[in-house]
Write a protein that binds this ligand. Structure first.
Ligand SMILES: [Fe+2]
Length: 99
């Protein structure tokens, strides 16, 4: 789905991932989950078939759970990165709460 680089040139390698490659693969997987959410929402919004819409939106919720799982895994692999996320939350909060 996404067109980022992958840790390997092909989908499967004959060796195990290094930790750095695993981290990149998880980031790529998070991007894939968000792309899936976008695609399924667009399809749901583009159909009048109510049952298809219901299933697609149910899958969207599942993909959001997958994002959470990957984010937790990423946090476990590189806990120091959370400092940057927290800084981003803080900066955005300050802008939103500006009067
Ligand atoms: Fe997923």
């Amino acid at each position: 789905m996404t067109e980022f680089s992958t840790p390997f040139g092909v989908k499967k390698s004959d060796r195990k991932l290094t930790k750095e490659e695993l981290i990149r693969a998880i980031r790529l997987s998070i991007a894939d989950e968000y792309e899936a959410i976008q695609v399924y929402e667009e399809i749901a919004e583009s159909t009048e078939h109510e049952k298809a819409k219901k299933i697609l939106l149910d899958i969207v919720e599942e993909e959001k759970i997958h994002v959470g799982e990957f984010m937790y895994l990423l946090k476990t692999l590189i806990p120091e990165e959370e400092t940057f996320y927290n800084e981003g939350y803080k900066e955005a909060k300050e802008i939103i709460e500006e009067k």
